[in-house]
Design a protein around this ligand. Structure first.
Ligand SMILES: Cc1cc2nc3c(=O)[nH]c(=O)nc-3n(C[C@H](O)[C@H](O)[C@H](O)COP(=O)(O)OP(=O)(O)OC[C@H]3O[C@@H](n4cnc5c(N)ncnc54)[C@H](O)[C@@H]3O)c2cc1C
Length: 492
């Protein structure tokens, strides 16, 4: 992966930048090298870079002042929530400010009448559910990282989770944001009432990976807890049978609340890690049905019948404790990979469901070609694959082979009519693959939008777009003293 050289001029002005940030956030500037190590990357662990400085604002006003200062002085800014991005979205820059939002962690309002909660960006995903579960509600999107990841990061990545098959991704559960632009201006998009009118900028902002502005407040929809939930575990002796079962359930018009797949190797790793009680077999599907009792009973009977018709042995979780164990095992799939190898790359591509058998077979062949193991975990219902490539970065060549293997998987996803990412974003990880999915005109149009929000290209530069377009072409770029920002980056 190529990264642009940091701007030595900005680095030379480091002490001035630190002093200016201290004037804005007196108790929240981290600038010594040892402490900056805590902020040197995210969950794409292959890439590390200490920021020039980290600033941890406490409120929106401070965020606005930081961005206005950075804009005025041409200093790049990388927003960060909890740093759990798997695509390197929060990877800092040596010549940039890391803007950590985790201290903005207040729940501002619980509005049951409008079925929404208003939160600051550093509130964790799980904290929203915890705040309302006593009153019979929960927040729908449930990434496996929900104990740590923040709602600001969820909005930026348009995150999903196990139950998004029925309840949607972040974008389907986001009602509004307050957003700070690079200039320091604060704007409001959406709100508690749906259908704001005007262009759907809320839709644009959700999934914008920290490139367009900083979320300082989010209003999210909450859902009433379903009166009944039942969980089935279907064990298959062949992976294609499991794939066919998924296709048959969806084709029958059933929408399970969740439908997750794990293959044999993954099952073994998870069993060794947390012993949730999975059977030894080629693959399992864990399937939730929820709703009112009679509806759930009907769905479970049909799902069980379809699974058995595809050769599965089916058992149902007897109680809440067993349900919890089955799902905790699935959520532990990523950390459990540590049992198999020291390093892991978690890929994230989405394919049309009927291509599943073909893609699984091709990935197995690639694994042999690259001489690297991998596990298959995926959100089966929506075709969102998470192949986990395992390797040892200390072994010469393994990291490069793992990246090439991952890139080939994503190219295959696009080739069969799918997309480069389901929920983890592009970040730096998939940046150079963008042209496999988008034409030059597609990318140019996306970058015009970026320019409309951030003409100087200062917000999270080096992410998502393989090259930085010249905003000046559209009359937008800020040219100061005859210098364009980042002259060393290729432009078209
Ligand atoms: C073990 C594990 C399991 C995971 N499981 C899932 C899963 O099931 N589903 C899923 O979708 N993802 C999953 N992820 C990925 C990750 O947790 C999500 O992408 C999450 O939304 C990132 O949130 P964060 O607070 O950690 O953001 P960060 O990693 O800090 O940042 C992510 C991106 O958001 C931007 N950003 C952060 N805060 C803001 C803000 N306030 N305003 C503007 N931009 C901002 C950053 O610049 C960066 O581009 C998993 C990660 C791990 C490590």
């Amino acid at each position: 992966m190529d990264f642009s050289a940091p701007d030595s001029d900005i680095i030379a002005h480091g002490p001035d930048i630190v002093a200016a940030l201290r004037a804005i956030v007196p108790d929240g500037v981290v600038s010594d090298s040892a402490s900056l190590a805590a902020f040197d990357g995210d969950a794409l662990t292959a890439y590390r870079q200490k920021p020039l400085v980290t600033v941890l604002p406490r409120d929106a006003e401070q965020v606005a002042a930081i961005l206005a200062y950075a804009s005025e002085h041409g200093v790049p800014v990388v927003p960060r929530g909890a740093g759990t991005s798997l695509s390197g979205g929060a990877l800092p820059r040596a010549d940039g400010i890391l803007l950590g939002l985790a201290r903005m962690s207040r729940i501002l309002d619980i509005d049951l009448e409008n079925r929404c909660v208003v939160v600051e960006p550093g509130v964790t995903n799980l904290a929203i559910t915890r705040a309302v579960e006593g009153r019979g509600f929960y927040y729908g999107p449930d990434p496996s990282s929900q104990i740590a990841c923040t709602i600001g990061g969820n909005v930026a990545e348009n995150s999903g989770g196990l139950h998004c098959l029925k309840y949607g991704l972040t974008t389907n559960n986001l009602l509004g944001v307050e957003f700070v632009l690079m200039s320091g201006e604060r704007i409001r998009l959406g709100g508690r009432a749906p259908g704001a009118g005007g262009l759907d900028l809320l839709g644009v902002v959700c999934g914008s990976e920290g490139l367009l502005g900083v979320v300082v407040e989010a209003t999210v929809r909450i859902l009433p807890k379903p009166p009944a939930t039942r969980t089935l575990l279907a064990a298959f002796s062949s992976v294609p049978d499991a794939g066919q079962c998924v296709a048959d359930i969806i084709a029958a018009g059933i929408v399970p609340a969740a439908m997750e797949f794990m293959d044999r190797r993954c099952i073994a790793a998870v069993e060794a890690y947390s012993a949730p009680g999975y059977p030894a077999c080629e693959g399992v599907l864990i399937i939730d049905a929820d709703g009112i009792g009679a509806e759930v009973d009907h769905a479970i009977a049909r799902i069980g019948g379809i699974a058995r018709a595809n050769g599965a042995e089916v058992r149902e979780a007897r109680d809440e404790a067993e349900r919890g164990r089955l799902w905790a095992g699935r959520k532990a799939a990523f950390p459990a990979m540590g049992r198999l190898a020291p390093d892991m790359l978690c890929m994230d591509g989405t394919i049309p469901r009927h291509k599943l058998p073909l893609v699984l077979a091709r990935m197995a062949r690639m694994s042999e070609e690259y001489r690297l193991g991998f596990c298959n975990v995926f959100h089966a219902g929506d075709g969102n694959l998470h192949p986990l490539i395992i390797f040892d970065t200390m072994k010469p060549g393994e990291h490069d082979r793992a990246e090439a293997f991952g890139a080939d998987i994503l190219k295959l996803c696009v080739e069969v009519g799918g997309v480069l990412t389901g929920e983890h974003g592009v970040g730096v990880e998939k940046r150079d693959l963008m042209p496999t999915m988008f034409s030059e005109a597609d990318l140019a149009q996306q970058q015009r939008l970026k320019c409309a929000f951030d003409a100087g290209g200062l917000l999270n530069p080096g992410k998502v777009f393989p090259t930085l377009s010249a905003c000046v072409e559209g009359g937008h770029m800020h040219v100061k003293d005859g210098r364009v920002p980042f002259p060393n980056l290729p432009r078209f």
